[in-house]
Design a protein around this ligand. Structure first.
Ligand code: PGA
Length: 249
């Protein structure tokens, strides 16, 4: 039985004071969650997360990491640097990175491999645009994106991977994939991983992301291949985030 994972993706939001208020509210109301809980913060706040979340039920992570190891890459943050702040996770290949920063499938795969080499769990995002869905290309697109990640990982690294299915048309738009639409893609992704390693496929967590909210979380999380959520907007409000955590119980 896979444990569920609810991860906030704060994107480029927050500040020292508002992060402290959000995390304090989450910590005080969380209790003993039956699912895993994490927040992915902007890089400058990873030290704050480490300070405020160490020893709690909430893990933390980054939102991106360099595909390079170290060196003359001004502005980049390496996986080892992220790991220095005891991060458990790092998001790679979010659709906003792919769309606004030109990240290719291959770059995303290299980032996932760097993350694993540094001891982080990459949350590798895949998802189709509205035009791709309407053209009937959803499976083709997510397969291409997933395969590029799998291609960079050694066999025994598969167990250290989390996948997030985030249909681009559902992110921040208020439009959510129906539970069945999401389940179909999740099952497809798991099947694709199973073709390489059946045992790893049955253990791997596949999260759904894209306008997951307190009022739709329970029905999405009830689907057999939906193992959690990557939560954007709703992760910025403690009450909403906690309601989604409870829906995963
Ligand atoms: P959203 O974002 O929940 O605001 O749609 C999800 C994401 O982009 O990870």
């Amino acid at each position: 039985m896979r444990r569920k994972l609810i991860t906030g993706n704060w994107k480029m939001n927050g500040g020292l004071a508002s992060n402290a208020a959000l995390l304090s509210a989450v910590k005080s109301e969380l209790g003993q969650p039956s699912c895993q809980v994490a927040v992915c913060a902007p890089a400058p706040y990873l030290a704050q997360c480490q300070q405020l979340l160490s020893g709690t039920q909430v893990a933390w992570g980054a939102q991106d990491v360099s595909a390079h190891d170290a060196g003359a890459y001004t502005g980049e943050v390496s996986a080892a640097m992220v790991k220095d702040f005891d991060c458990a996770y790092v998001i790679v290949g979010h659709s906003e990175r792919r769309a606004y920063h030109g990240e290719s499938d291959e770059t995303v795969g290299r980032k996932a491999a760097r993350a694993i080499a540094a001891g982080l769990i990459p949350i590798a995002c895949v998802g189709e645009t509205l035009a791709e869905r309407e053209a009937g290309q959803t499976e083709q697109v997510v397969q291409r994106q997933l395969d590029a990640v799998l291609a960079q990982l050694a066999g025994n690294d598969l167990a250290k991977l989390v996948v997030a299915y985030e249909p681009v048309w559902a992110i921040g738009t208020g439009k959510t994939a129906t539970p069945q639409m999401a389940q179909d893609v999740h099952a497809f992704l798991r099947g694709r991983i199973a073709a390489r390693d059946a045992q790893a496929a049955s253990g791997i967590q596949i999260l759904y992301g894209g306008s997951m909210k307190p009022d739709n979380a329970a029905e999405l999380l009830a689907m057999s291949d939906i193992d959690g959520g990557l939560i954007g907007g709703a992760a910025l409000k403690a009450t909403d985030f906690l309601a989604i955590v409870r829906a995963a119980a």
